[in-house]
Design a protein around this ligand. Sequence first.
Ligand SMILES: Nc1ncnc2c1ncn2[C@@H]1O[C@H](COP(=O)(O)OP(=O)(O)OP(=O)(O)O)[C@@H](O)[C@H]1O
Ligand SMILES: [Mg+2]
Length: 366
Amino acid sequence: MNAQSSVTTAAIEIRGLCKRFGRFTAVNNVNIVVPKGAFLVLVGPSGCGKSTLLRMLAGLEGPSEGEIRFMGRTMSSGAGGVIADAGARDAGLVFQSYALWPHMTVAQNIEFPLKVARWPRQRRAERVAEVLRLLDITALAGRYPAEISGGQQQRTAIARTLAPQPSILLFDEPLSNLDAKLRVEMRAELMRIHRATGATSVYVTHDQVEAMTMASHVAVLNEGRVEQFGPPIELLRHPQTTFVATFLGTPPANLLPVVRRGASLVLGDVSIAPASVAGELTEARLLYRPQQVAIGRVDGRPVLPARFAEAAPIAGQTMVTAMVGDLRVTGIADGYFTAEPGAPLELSLIGDPDAVFATNGERLAR
Ligand SMILES: Nc1ncnc2c1ncn2[C@@H]1O[C@H](COP(=O)(O)OP(=O)(O)OP(=O)(O)O)[C@@H](O)[C@H]1O
Ligand SMILES: [Mg+2]
């Protein structure tokens, strides 16, 4: 590929991609263009179609409709089924259950795909040594999978995928079998590998912290559709739907259902904002960030009567969740805060709503 086309060609283009299982649509008209070297994270709730989409990228599943192109070359097309099979895609896949071959050592596991690809013996040996170093498992080269820990097995599986130097790396929840500490370490490790290899990566997770820390681009999936696609900060700051607004962010943003009464938007009996905020709508959802919800009464601000539910200390502050009727609302208290479950509590709303949504979930343009 010449320099010019490597600039203009996207690494992955997904056009009008659909996957149906009988009458059920698992992936519904997905359109995404992934630049070369990007780290795309697919997030969404269980069953939203993440693995199905990734399996189509890997060539393990053919689309019902639409197209997948890698570096401008058609890999799958709905009209003709799978065009390039999994082995011919220059893409490596790491699953959640990283099946290593039990009768092969760590080094033999890693070497295996190179043998399949008919690399000469000397180059194979060099490459195996290289990825063993990259994953920091050189000392384990002669051991069998049963003789190493889960985290070391994970590294071996990743090393095996990296060995043939695929230009596209596909990961399906590769860290979900690891404990919290190891997850954080491996996350950093994967980012380092991503930078070192320059491969374009697509990474599936339902852990939104993982998504926000690793991604250059995020696609939020819901019921097979892409709700929003873009850089993580853009999705956090400018969610286009209530689904994205409440799915991303820790703690999650609050969506207050309000109705127009005269010149105000009210929640219960509390006037929250001027009606003009919601344009012509008579009903809306107002987004308030947790940092806009103060615990206790603040003069001159709308005050919601609530009942204490739970508190979680975070970095010198406390994330306080309270019930306003049957609505969960999360705010931030300075310092340490706790109360009896069910104890009355006042929540004050600070500033204007960060975004306004219609009841169908779509954001109001402002
Ligand atoms: N081979 C299949 N036949 C029928 N339905 C399927 C098949 N594979 C997946 N599905 C359905 O398609 C939907 C999407 O499944 P998928 O595995 O892509 O979800 P996911 O987003 O990866 O979920 P999770 O986070 O739980 O892994 C689910 O409702 C699933 O039951
Ligand atoms: Mg899955």
